[in-house]
Design a protein around this ligand. Structure first.
Ligand code: ADP
Ligand code: MG
Length: 396
């Protein structure tokens, strides 16, 4: 299942080709599919999972399927229903729904005692300032259903929280979502943040990678930049908290991507999604004898042999290029110089010249990615920063 706006299509299609797996791509719009997929594509209503599952079941009658894989958030519900109906490996629908709704997720974590920020869910018209006051600022205001930090805003006092809520509603409207939807207000948890890539196999979490995010994420907007693995934090508590979070949601199979803050005594779970890492970030990861993250996910879904797939020993990292300001992208200069820095494996610009670039909290596209490897996380971090300093982004 390829949601229209995904970055993940190419890497999954490549992994399938490597495995000799025949692919049928399901997407909302035909134009989202690249030519290479030819006729092996169907149009699906990913936002109506029961309908999509009917369409998939009809396809499976003509052409039997061995796995239904969502490459991104937008496809997880349809994949869950279709997998269940066809008796294939997958997650229950209610579990992936909880992972897609930040209120349902917080409630499931609370019921299971998973450490998380104190929170309040606000209905349209409710007094956001009063709820922020109750929680004790600083707080974070965010939509329940968007991702990539879109609409996630820190507020340092109650009045700012009310203003943030108004801005989040405008962002929801812009995203084609219901502006009167409920919102999340939660305590801001200070401290370093990590991201976890994991694979659930029959309900058990296998840790694939833990990334540090060495640039402080203190807001007011939460633009992601550096991801570096292995983590310099103790991973035992991070693994236990991630496993508890997945269990609390009821997830059992396939990739998970979690974000945690390392609090004073224990990690606090910000969120857990039933998918792998976003953007092109997975390209920083290699496992076993050269397996991609997508190959691991497809092997698991297809019940192909999967072992000896520890991440390579070298440190690795990726920088999501910061968007300095809003405008039209004119040029990104210095690519050759950035690529020439020792340890840099690639630089990809993912917004075409002449297209708008929009910073957070409104933005929803990545400007680009820098990839690096090195002997230590410190070396990787330094290489990414050095490569970034070579780039000059011209925005009109
Ligand atoms: N309660 C919080 N405390 C501290 N930082 C937060 C909090 N909530 C969100 N953030 C920051 O905002 C980022 C995006 O928020 P998140 O809840 O993960 O939404 P999204 O689905 O958009 O990724 C997080 O990775 C984190 O850096
Ligand atoms: Mg997140």
């Amino acid at each position: 299942m390829l949601p229209t706006a995904t970055y993940r299509a190419g890497d999954f299609v490549d992994a399938a080709a490597k495995l000799g797996a025949e692919v049928v791509v399901g997407s909302e719009h035909r134009q989202a599919l690249s030519e290479s997929m030819g006729d092996r594509a169907i149009t699906l209503s990913l936002r109506q999972p029961l309908r999509a599952a009917d369409q998939i079941a009809r396809l499976a009658e003509r052409s039997p399927l061995d796995a239904v894989v969502a490459v991104d958030d937008g496809g997880t519900r349809a994949a869950a229903v279709a997998s269940e109906r066809l008796g294939l490996r997958g997650n229950p629908l209610d579990a992936v729904e909880r992972a897609r709704d930040k209120a349902a997720m917080r409630e499931a974590f609370a019921a299971a005692g998973v450490p998380q920020p104190d929170f309040r869910v606000v209905r349209n018209g409710e007094d956001v300032a009063r709820l922020a006051e109750e929680l004790g600022p600083p707080v974070v205001v965010k939509p329940l259903t968007l991702s990539m930090s879109r609409g996630v805003i820190r507020a340092d006092d109650p009045a700012a929280a009310a203003e943030a809520a108004t801005r989040v509603r405008a962002i929801l409207a812009d995203a084609g979502e219901e502006p009167a939807a409920r919102l999340m207000v939660e305590r801001f948890v200070p401290g370093p943040e990590v991201a976890v890539e994991g694979l659930l196999r029959d309900g058990r979490l296998e840790l694939l990678a833990v990334f540090d995010k060495p640039d402080p994420l203190d807001g007011p907007y939460f633009e992601e930049t550096l991801y570096v693995t292995p983590s310099r934090h103790e991973t035992g508590p991070i693994e236990r908290a991630t496993a508890a979070a997945a269990r609390a949601l009821g997830l059992r199979e396939g990739p998970v991507h979690a974000e945690l803050r390392i609090g004073a005594d224990e990690p606090v779970v910000l969120e857990l999604a039933a998918r792998s890492i976003g953007g092109l970030c997975s390209r920083s990861l290699r496992f076993g004898l050269g397996m991609s993250l997508e190959e691991i996910i497809l092997r698991h879904a297809l019940d192909l042999p999967l072992n000896g797939h520890a991440r390579e020993e070298r440190a690795a990292g990726v920088m999501m290029l910061p968007i300095p300001r809003a405008g039209e992208l004119r040029a990104v200069r210095g690519l050759e110089a950035a690529r020439a820095i020792e340890g840099i494996g690639g630089v990809e610009i993912t917004i075409p010249r002449g297209r708008p670039v929009v910073p957070l909290p409104e933005g929803d596209r990545y400007l680009g990615f820098i990839f690096a490897k090195g002997d230590t996380p410190e070396a990787v971090e330094a290489a990414l920063r050095e490569a970034h300093s070579q780039l000059e982004v011209e925005i009109a």
